[in-house]
Ligand binder design. Structure first.
Ligand code: HSE
Length: 426
């Protein structure tokens, strides 16, 4: 039976899960995959972590040079995270002709061109299923399951931390601050939660997924990004009243006008399948021109779910003699003839505080009308004693620029202040 040695760089959450899956399933893979995959070495600064996981002392490497010099290592799994060390180690492994499996979305998103060029030069494989949406096999689905289709859109909830926070806010009326604290206490959000709540994590993943879906490089710089830190409990509550659930959506669309790639909070109708993706779960809805809608749902993070994705790459690499590279020109920048749409169309939710006087509604309607914005739904609540009212409206489909201009015009009127502008999807 073919024997394949694996080195794991980093025994954090994902590295630990990868180690445990490989160890506990070794005989299973011998039977089902006809290959003996064994952990030859691990690289982990905290030796006690490795020992606690049951890694034999002699398998703990001291440095990357030792790992890449080991002829029994064919596959190097990079699950350190971050950029600097990870990039150096991955390049060292590729230069030594080792196949690399990584779960590092930031590294792959920013340096896939460099890493893939090195992999090709040294006839090594480069796989990254664990980089996007944890245990949900979205990359292989796009590469192998849906390749018969022209993909028209990829829309998803691809960050579990923000989905947990927004679920708490929606179901329990929690404030953003309280929901974030809870997410931190549960270990979903980091002490510095910026990567999740400001939408960076989702934008890395969207850049990778949209590149695969649309067969062209979508650099991170093209992904519009807006996080959830300024979302208020009030907006979540008004949205609920209107039949919507607020989600951090990653939207990739390939339209006749060009490619749209954006990450931002958006209201989703409560009846839409993405609306019922709760807590730290993730889901991706792909629309192919032949298959129609396909939705994948599952855990987007965690030891064993992400370990499952990483090990699926290890098995793929161990059982295929040909390396599989990007199905598009993997360059640093977008290809010259690819157009991107930045002034995209959507329906919008607007919340404003208005003075409660005759003619105010008319002035607001006229400011909206001036920019061609048509109102579909409206709620008005009087703020007793304050002489103001809260006005919440949802527009019909309109361009982002029109809504921005209309909101600025309304603010200029001195009878209203626009407190929130959110997109409404689908
Ligand atoms: N921090 C991510 C999330 C998981 O909350 O979904 C890793 O990408």
């Amino acid at each position: 039976m073919k024997k394949v040695g694996v080195a794991i760089l980093g025994l954090g959450v994902v590295g630990g899960g990868t180690y445990r899956i490989l160890e506990s399933h070794r005989e299973f893979y011998q039977k089902t995959q006809n290959v003996d995959i064994f952990v030859e070495s691990v690289l982990e600064i905290k030796r006690e972590k490795a020992l606690a996981l049951g890694v034999p002392e002699e398998k703990i490497a001291s440095n990357i040079a030792e790992v890449v010099a080991d002829p029994d290592v064919q596959i190097v799994v990079e699950v350190i995270g971050g950029i600097e060390a990870a990039r150096e180690y991955v390049l060292a492994a590729l230069h030594a002709g080792k196949t690399v499996v990584t779960s590092n979305k930031e590294l792959y998103c920013k340096y896939s061109h460099e890493l893939e060029a090195a992999a090709k030069r040294h006839n090594a494989g480069l796989y990254y299923e664990g980089s996007c949406v944890g245990g949900v096999p979205i990359i292989r689905t796009l590469l192998d399951g849906l390749q018969a289709n022209g993909i028209e859109s990829v829309v998803g909830i691809i960050n579990g931390t923000t989905n947990y926070i927004l679920t708490k806010m929606g179901n329990e009326g929690a404030s953003y601050e309280d929901a974030l604290k809870e997410a931190q206490a549960l270990g979903y959000a980091e002490a510095d939660p910026s990567s999740d709540v400001d939408g960076y994590d989702a934008s890395y993943k969207l850049s990778i997924l949209a590149s695969l879906a649309f067969h062209t490089k979508i650099p991170l710089s093209q992904v519009y990004r807006e996080g959830i830190a300024s979302v208020s409990a009030e907006d979540v509550r008004y949205g609920k009243q209107l039949g919507y659930v607020l989600k951090l959506l990653a939207v990739g669309k390939n339209t006749a006008e060009g490619i749209e790639v954006r990450v931002h909070p958006a209201f989703v109708p409560a009846s839409h399948p993405l609306a019922s993706v709760n807590d730290a779960f993730n889901a991706v809805l792909v629309h192919g021109d032949a298959v129609g809608d396909v939705m994948l749902y599952g855990r987007g993070a965690g030891e064993l779910p992400t370990g499952s994705a990483v090990v699926s790459d290890v098995i793929y690499a161990a059982t295929h003699s040909e390396n599989k590279y990007s199905p598009f020109k993997n360059s640093e920048e977008a290809e010259k003839d690819v157009k991107f749409v930045s002034d995209f169309k959507s329906c919008y939710y607007l919340r404003m505080t208005v003075t409660d006087h005759a003619g105010v509604l008319g002035k607001i309607a006229s400011a909206l009308g001036k920019f061609g914005v048509s109102v579909g739904e409206l709620i008005q609540e009087r703020n007793r004693g304050a002489g103001t009212a809260t006005l919440v409206l949802v527009t019909h489909g309109t361009a982002e620029s029109a809504i921005r201009n209309a909101a600025a015009k309304i603010d200029e009127l001195d009878i209203a202040k626009v407190d929130a502008v959110l997109r409404v999807a689908f």
